[in-house]
Design a binder for this molecule. Structure first.
Ligand code: ARG
Length: 264
């Protein structure tokens, strides 16, 4: 995670961002601290930090900073110039911690925000922020099957805004954010697909972090929370409004550097 010291809305690169709808630094800090506390003190997860950099306000969204599988790291190639300065800082973080096999795809690719691992496959989103040809690069680098999912709604511009890896049998998604063929590709593979309502998707409920037992999601997604509780999961609804002003939620604030995602 990256502390939100320099988080703000300095530019507009997705439909959620409005420079005239500024962030409350106090509320953003409290929401971020709440998440950090939940991860480390309540759930007992190990959280490593990266130093925030002035004028890289979106660096808080570490899910865009890399995709890590085992000891291999794919660095991002950000589409927007506003975020391109982040890459060298994420690259240095991994280098300093001994990750030797780091590559940067030749095509645009925005890290785990657009590439979510589910069992042996990698679901990868395009075209808003990542290019489909990047998926072939990922398949080759990581040696996994990559299933490309085409996103259709500019409000759900990263895959992790429209799809959650819940556990090894379950994925949640907002169907209208995908093409028919992409939905079909998910339904064909995943035994249980939870469909989010429009209200829950717009409440950022799909930008969630799950370890298969505990799920951390926006407190503006009550229907998803009830569904997960009924599946026997422990649900942690958290306020995330300040980051949503930037088009981000808890998943965006969290990069998984273990050996793969929730369904390892
Ligand atoms: N303001 C950021 C951007 O538009 C938000 C990034 C959200 N990250 C994510 N993984 N969905 O790039």
């Amino acid at each position: 995670m990256c502390p939100p010291n320099h988080f703000d809305i300095e530019y507009e690169i997705n439909p959620w961002m409005h420079v005239d709808d500024p962030v409350s630094p106090e509320r953003a800090a409290a929401q971020w601290e709440g998440l950090y506390h939940l991860y480390t003190k309540v759930l007992g997860w190990q959280v490593a930090l990266i130093e925030p950099v002035p004028h890289l306000p979106d660096m808080v969204f570490t899910a865009n900073g890399a995709l890590v599988m085992g000891d291999r790291v794919a660095l991002p190639r950000f589409r927007q110039p506003e975020r391109q300065g982040e890459t060298e800082h994420f690259a240095a973080w991994f280098r300093d911690r001994g990750f030797k096999t780091c590559v940067q795809p030749r095509h645009d690719f925005e890290g785990e925000g657009d590439a979510l691992r589910w069992n042996d496959v990698l679901f990868a989103g395009y075209p808003w922020r990542s290019d489909k040809p990047a998926h072939a690069e990922l398949a080759q680098f990581f040696g996994v099957e990559v299933v490309s999912l085409q996103l259709t709604d500019a409000r759900f511009y990263h895959l992790d805004t429209a799809l959650t890896i819940v556990d090894e049998r379950t994925v949640a998604l907002y169907p209208p954010a995908f093409t028919e063929a992409s939905l079909e590709a998910v339904y064909r593979r995943v035994p249980r697909v939870v469909e989010a309502s429009e209200a829950d998707a717009l409440g950022y409920g799909l930008n969630a972090v799950s370890d298969g037992h505990h799920i951390v999601l926006s407190d503006r997604a009550p229907e998803l929370a009830a569904t997960y509780a009924a599946l026997g999961m422990t649900v942690h609804p958290m306020p995330i409004s300040e980051f949503q002003k930037s088009g981000g939620g808890m998943k965006c604030l969290t990069l998984d550097v273990r050996n793969g995602g929730a369904s390892r």
